[in-house]
Ligand binder design. Structure first.
Ligand SMILES: *Cc1c(COP(=O)(O)O)cnc(C)c1O
Length: 449
């Protein structure tokens, strides 16, 4: 079988995610036969470094022997069981360990099976909490510009990436949107911290005006990934936690992309030494193996739902695959690897290697900024370096980087004009150097005219 064979069959029956299918008249799909470590292998014998962790989910490489082993064992014991009225060992163990590694006062785990659903759970729980407290008017949500929380109607409502949202706007609930602390927009000479503090004024005024009718503020801590790896300083989260407490509004931390070590700490919130009222986790939770999501919350929130059945205060939300045992087992194996291999401290070296490998590109005439938070590094291509004028999106310059990278053994998938690395943690320094070289060639090609 060749790439072509599979592509023809694919294109006659599939509809791919986040894709204008007509592109595939000239842009070949890449069918993958197997994966090993950071490598993906196609049917024609080509290989690619998975520099984007297969959409930000993979942590410890493809076909990881330890996770494979754990799953094989679990497979022979229990593949799935209903989680209402029933329970199982992997989900209990995972909940204990998530409670242990997340900040106080997060003590309760509710499960879903994908990130968007986790965000939906957090939004519903927050609203329902206030309703159970006799405050049903607290039904609004405050969100940051450029934020991304998923693709369902509820999560698009609290998101702000126009490309995904605009078409469906008539169907969506309206959120209160506050300008992002995205430090790309800081003045020259201004630090990330100063800018993030300055941008907090907008949040403070929104809370001041709307707190009485607001259930929660929802943010992606430290990095707004989908909008193009937009980064800000932890001080923003400190100020936000303090303000949410002061105004009696929940804080929802969507760590679906940034959790599990991406920002340099296990969870991004740790860098601000804060705990949210709701913590949404998914993506890396199973190291990229199986769909799973968790929402952690406090005992106080939990208790607001705990009552006699006929009071109708219970949270009657479920998904068929909630707390799937195989997925929970993969998550447990993932947490074992974090511990045994001291991943968080080892990642510091890899993050330094990433920074060094692209350092010289800061002087590139069409690189507006190189920014990094832990294991996420982004290079923003701009038309004019001085004014930071962006390339029009219609020119699809990022796509040229993607196409070039494929010819050079790398999977880079720029977000618009933003070329980024978000690799599996098992990537070597040599492989990082190769990615930097490929990215440089790609950026040169994409910005040549
Ligand atoms: C990916 C992502 C989601 C949505 O998760 P899905 O599993 O794709 O539904 C939500 N929030 C953030 C920050 C994400 O990166």
């Amino acid at each position: 079988m060749t790439n072509d064979d599979l592509n023809q069959r694919d294109l006659s029956v599939l509809w791919h995610p986040c894709t204008q299918m007509k592109d595939h008249e000239w842009l070949p799909l890449v069918p993958i036969k197997r994966g090993h470590g950071v490598w993906l292998y196609d049917f024609d014998g080509n290989r690619y470094i998975d520099a984007i962790s297969s959409w930000w989910v993979n942590l410890f490489g493809h076909a990881n022997p330890r996770i494979n082993q754990a799953l094989k064992q679990q497979l022979d014991e229990l593949e799935h069981v209903i989680l209402a009225g029933f329970s199982h060992k992997p989900v209990v163990e995972l909940s204990e360990r998530l409670v242990e590694i997340t900040p106080e006062p997060l003590r309760r785990c509710f499960y879903a099976d994908n990130g968007s659903s986790a965000v939906e759970v957090a939004l519903k729980m927050s609203y329902h909490y206030w309703k159970n407290q006799g405050k049903p008017h607290k039904r609004h949500f405050i969100t940051l510009s450029q934020s991304y929380h998923g693709e369902t109607l509820g999560t698009l409502g609290v998101g702000d990436v126009a490309l995904y949202k605009e078409t469906y706007r008539p169907l969506l609930m309206e959120a209160i949107t506050v300008p992002s602390p995205d430090c790309f927009n800081r003045e020259s000479g201004e630090s990330w911290e100063e800018y993030s503090r300055r941008q907090f004024q907008h949040m403070e005024s929104a809370l001041e005006r709307h707190h009485a009718d607001t259930a929660a503020v929802i943010v992606e801590p430290l990095v707004q990934c989908a909008a193009g790896m937009r980064m800000y300083h932890p001080v923003y989260l400190e100020l936000l936690r303090e303000a949410c407490d002061r105004y009696g509004v929940h804080l929802i931390a969507d760590e679906i992309a940034v959790g599990f070590g991406r920002t340099g700490t296990m969870f991004a919130c740790e860098q601000a030494q804060i705990a949210p009222d709701f913590l949404c986790l998914s993506k890396g939770i199973t190291a990229g193996y199986l769909p799973l999501a968790a929402v952690l919350t406090s005992e106080e929130v939990y208790q607001a739902f705990y009552d006699d059945y006929d009071t109708l205060r219970a949270f009657l939300h479920s998904h068929s695959y909630t707390g799937n045992p195989l997925a929970c087992r993969a998550a447990l194996a993932t947490l074992d690897i974090f511990k045994q291999d001291q991943i968080i401290s080892r990642n510091r070296q890899t993050a330094d290697a990433m920074a060094k490998a692209v350092e010289h590109l800061a002087d590139h005439p069409h690189v507006g900024e190189i920014r990094q938070t832990g294991m996420i590094l982004a290079m923003e291509m701009v038309k004019d370096k001085a004014t930071r004028e962006p390339y029009p999106w219609q020119e699809r310059r990022g796509l040229r980087v993607y196409q070039h990278a494929l010819t050079r053994e790398a999977l880079l998938r720029p977000l618009g004009n933003v070329v980024y690395f978000m690799p599996p943690y098992v990537i070597s320094e040599e492989q990082v150097k190769h990615l930097a070289l490929v990215a440089e060639e790609g950026i040169n090609l994409a910005t040549a005219d």
